[in-house]
Design a binder for this molecule. Structure first.
Ligand code: TYD
Length: 209
């Protein structure tokens, strides 16, 4: 069903999260198309990345060994640029923004996976975002063994090469974060078929649009 966007409609910020291999990237283009079909303009982006500088930082982050605090600060540096150049202007212009990962990934990977103290990145979150948060976060949840089996056997990046223990901590941190903000974070059982997940996503969009 196609309908015109109401003149006063404000953009919404949706983020997709999950451990590597959970399948969020499979669903993102479909989700964007479904929202476009309601008449909204949609910007699809990702973190780390989303701007020319952010994409350069992504290359470093995904390949170059570094201290966990350096890693965290670079994630937030990329995020600062992403918010200033892409996310905030798009939302202000009434567009919807869908980002493949945002700050929940820092809580999960640098906090859970690498064990960085929450106080450290909470300061950065406050600095970079103030109170800004996604309107909706779709967290694709999958047991670590299943996600790892799904990861392409090709070249793995610096995070994807981490061991099962790392991903178990990442998953636990995502679930914690979801439990602490149930109004924003929707947990999607990513073990279902693609078609089953599409039905769930369609229902979620219907309540938002
Ligand atoms: P990912 O989104 O999985 O992209 P692809 O599907 O192309 O592999 O890769 C980004 C990686 O960056 C992922 O392993 C998680 C990591 N990451 C963090 O560790 N912290 C963050 O704050 C963000 C945004 C990502």
């Amino acid at each position: 069903m196609t309908s015109e966007m109401p003149a006063d409609a404000k953009g919404k910020f949706i983020t997709l999260e999950g451990i590597d291999g959970a399948g969020k990237s499979t669903h993102l283009p479909w989700l964007a198309d479904r929202i476009r079909a309601t008449g909204r303009k949609v910007v699809v982006t990702r973190e780390p990345g989303g701007t020319p500088l952010g994409e350069k930082l992504r290359e470093l982050l995904l390949s170059q060994p570094m201290h966990v605090e350096t890693e965290t600060m670079l994630m937030f540096a990329a995020r600062r640029e992403h918010m200033a150049q892409v996310i905030v202007p798009a939302l202000g212009a009434g567009r919807w923004v869908i980002s493949d990962r945002f700050t929940d990934a820092t809580f999960a990977y640098q906090g859970g996976g690498r064990g960085l103290s929450r106080d450290k990145f909470a300061v950065l979150e406050q600095w970079v975002q103030g109170g800004f948060q996604p309107d909706l976060t779709l967290y694709f949840d999958l047991p670590v063994e299943v996600a790892r089996a799904r990861l392409a056997v090709g070249a793995l990046d610096r995070f994807e090469r981490e061991n099962a223990g790392f991903f178990a901590r990442v998953r636990a941190a995502y679930l914690d974060r979801a439990a602490s903000d149930p109004g924003r974070v929707r947990i999607i059982d990513a073990g279902q078929t693609v078609d089953e997940i599409k039905i769930i996503l369609q229902n979620i969009i219907s309540t938002l649009c």
